[in-house]
Design a protein around this ligand. Structure first.
Ligand SMILES: *[C@@H]1O[C@H](CO)[C@@H](O)[C@H](O)[C@H]1NC(C)=O
Ligand SMILES: *[C@@H]1O[C@H](CO)[C@@H](O)[C@H](O)[C@H]1NC(C)=O
Ligand SMILES: *[C@@H]1O[C@H](CO)[C@@H](O)[C@H](O)[C@H]1NC(C)=O
Ligand SMILES: *[C@@H]1O[C@H](CO)[C@@H](O)[C@H](O)[C@H]1NC(C)=O
Ligand SMILES: *[C@@H]1O[C@H](CO)[C@@H](O)[C@H](O)[C@H]1NC(C)=O
Length: 275
């Protein structure tokens, strides 16, 4: 229902009459992909595509390119500026070059998880002002440059879990003024510096679970935050981080399960009304 599958690759149409090209562009669908005109979506999930397919209709809002062998090439989305959601999960991305996502000003969801990203460079996402959700979990990130997140003024949720980061990318995160939820699970970060999460005044939910190397939460490490939910589970904390938690007056959910604290101190605290 609603699927229009054109057998031709757009190049094959070049010899045809101009009118035919105009008519077929509204109905086109890249080879091996499935398109729905009704929902303006194109799915090329798990098609072993070696490169980003041509012929994605310009009005497409949802594009699923997950589970292929793709990288982001310069100009690859220049005719798809109406995109709202781009799923690039499970590909072979190592870098997001400045400009490859430029012009995607209506994009709200971007999934780059399960790729081989090692570094996020300055201005990688600079035009994505409406992006609300960025997923970069399950990469091999070792470094996020201080200006990598410039322009992401609308972002509310960020997932950075399962990467090779060895410190919190404080300066990069400080550009995300509207961030509400930050997930940073499964990281080999051993220390939290003072003001690690500076300028994230809207942040309410922070998850720093599965940091086996983390032994202390220094007094000013969370300073500046106004959290309601904090998960610090499966760490190597050996003392209750009372000083670090002191300036969080609205904290209602605290989960400190599975740490090295004396068993009686390892707990999760949820108000009865929220159960
Ligand atoms: C972005 O969304 C706005 C409002 O929904 C729309 O008017 C505009 O045409 C869209 N931009 C592109 C490039 O599709
Ligand atoms: C990331 O960590 C994994 C597991 O320790 C390792 O195999 C991989 O080489 C690391 N990648 C980088 C870019 O450091
Ligand atoms: C956790 O702390 C204990 C005691 O200080 C130490 O022996 C152990 O090596 C630590 N574990 C990790 C993963 O660092
Ligand atoms: C802190 O968060 C609470 C609960 O979300 C909110 O009511 C309050 O206005 C916030 N305070 C500041 C200074 O942002
Ligand atoms: C606290 O965290 C642990 C470990 O992640 C989880 O198993 C448990 O369900 C959490 N407790 C609550 C009340 O959410």
């Amino acid at each position: 229902m609603g699927f229009v599958v054109a057998p031709h690759h757009c190049h094959l149409l070049l010899g045809g009459a101009f009118l035919f090209i105009l008519v077929s562009s509204a109905l086109s669908c890249p080879a091996r992909c499935e398109c729905s005109a009704q929902t303006k979506s194109v799915s090329c999930h798990r098609k072993r595509l070696p490169s980003i397919p041509e012929g994605v209709p310009i009005e497409t809002r949802t594009l699923d390119l997950s589970k292929n062998k793709l990288v982001l090439e310069p100009g690859c989305f220049h005719s798809n500026l109406a995109l709202r959601s781009l799923n690039f999960r499970s590909n072979q991305l190592k870098m997001v070059l400045k400009g490859v996502l430029s012009g995607l000003t209506n994009l709200t969801h971007l999934d780059l998880s399960h790729n081989g990203l090692v570094i996020l460079m300055d201005h990688a996402f600079q035009d994505l002002h409406r992006l609300t959700f960025l997923e970069v979990a399950n990469n091999q990130l070792v470094y996020i440059t201080p200006r990598a997140f410039v322009g992401l003024t609308g972002i509310q949720r960020l997932n950075l879990e399962r990467s090779n980061l060895t410190e919190v990318p404080t300066d990069a995160l400080s550009h995300l003024h509207n961030l509400v939820e930050l997930r940073m699970r499964f990281l080999s970060i051993a220390f939290l510096k003072p003001f690690s999460f500076k300028r994230l005044s809207r942040l309410r939910h922070l998850e720093i679970d599965f940091w086996p190397l983390l032994e202390t939460l220094p007094p000013l490490s969370l300073h500046g935050l106004n959290l309601t939910t904090l998960f610090i589970t499966n760490t190597n904390l050996s003392a209750f981080p009372g000083a670090a938690l002191r300036n969080l007056p609205y904290l209602t959910h605290l989960n400190l399960s599975y740490c090295l604290l004396l068993d009686s101190l390892c707990f999760s605290l949820f108000p009865a009304s929220q159960r």
